[in-house]
Design a protein around this ligand. Structure first.
Ligand code: 13P
Length: 287
């Protein structure tokens, strides 16, 4: 069964740890993350971007594949399937397809429009027992080779969105998606503390988990972050491991060309990355 993120995040807030959202791209990714969460007895959130959803042949495929794995791999830890940075339309499509959680990213809209759209989704998800993530202050990142620094959210705007009754709130605090540039000044803990002061018990979400130093992650959790998103780091680890397999010529030995063999080191690399993050976020044995 897929579960909403509400319970896991409430427990994370009370227990001062964070639950990892690991983005998935295909069967190997999903399997690697589920098996690691189970092995570590940790709750887990599978993030699905609109692009990844399309790549995996639609949201229904994602839901059915995940449910099938939960059953066949005997996964008993709480698993949430969550739309990552969705448009309003994608949120509706994921709800219809059976996702247990959605993010509506209205950060690109003027705040009034972000509020109106978020409010509609609060009603819809609330009636269905699903969780909803909202965003204030766009998270930067690399687009077409240009790295934009993350915005910082306005704490008063965060309060307005939190008061709508969303389950969790992503607030920009200078974090960005992808690799951080060498001159990145770090997370703005002053902004995070101000957002926390205004939003009270609202679980806060830290996007752009790749490459944030461990001490900054710990400080972010201390200041109220309950969910941390990781995507790029698993991609880098997967690709490096598959590259090594090929560069070592292992695909040329025996049946080394079998795709299940080619991708196996990549799966192990994702598992190692997820293991390390679950350890750092403190969600091991919190299932
Ligand atoms: P990274 O790719 O930087 O880990 O960010 C993931 C993320 O925030 C997904 O929403």
């Amino acid at each position: 069964m897929l579960v909403s993120a509400k319970d896991m995040l409430t427990r994370a807030r009370e227990g001062h740890y964070a639950v990892g959202q690991f983005n998935i791209n295909n069967l190997e990714w999903t399997k690697a993350i589920l098996l690691t969460a189970q092995e570590m007895n940790s709750p887990v959130i599978l993030g699905v971007s609109e692009g990844a959803g399309k790549y995996m042949c639609g949201y229904r495929t994602v839901v059915d594949m995940t449910k099938g794995m939960i059953e066949n791999l005997k996964i008993t830890v709480p698993v949430c399937v969550h739309l990552d940075h969705g448009s309003y339309e994608a949120a509706l499509a994921c709800i219809a397809a059976g996702f247990s959680s959605v993010m509506f990213d209205g950060s690109k809209y003027p705040i009034e429009e972000n509020i109106t759209k978020t409010q509609e989704l609060v009603k819809l998800t609330g009636n269905l027992g699903l969780s909803l993530e909202a965003e204030v202050g766009a998270i930067g990142g690399e687009e077409d080779g240009t790295v934009s620094m993350g915005e910082c959210a306005d704490p008063d705007e965060c309060k307005r969105i939190a008061d709508l009754g969303v389950t969790m709130l992503a607030a920009g605090i200078g974090n960005i998606h992808g690799k951080y540039p060498a001159n990145w000044p770090g997370l703005r803990f002053d902004v995070l503390a101000a957002v926390k002061a205004k939003t009270g018990d609202m679980p806060l979400v830290l996007h752009g988990g790749t490459g944030i130093p461990a001490d900054m992650i710990r400080e972010a959790i201390r200041l109220g972050v309950c969910k941390i998103n990781v995507n790029t780091e698993c991609q880098i680890a997967f690709t490096a491991a598959v590259r090594k397999y090929i560069e070592d010529g292992k695909d040329l030995v025996g049946k080394g060309f079998d795709p299940r063999k080619v991708l196996a080191p990549g799966v192990e690399a994702i598992k190692a990355t997820v293991r390390e993050k679950i350890e750092l976020f403190g969600s091991a044995n919190k299932a």
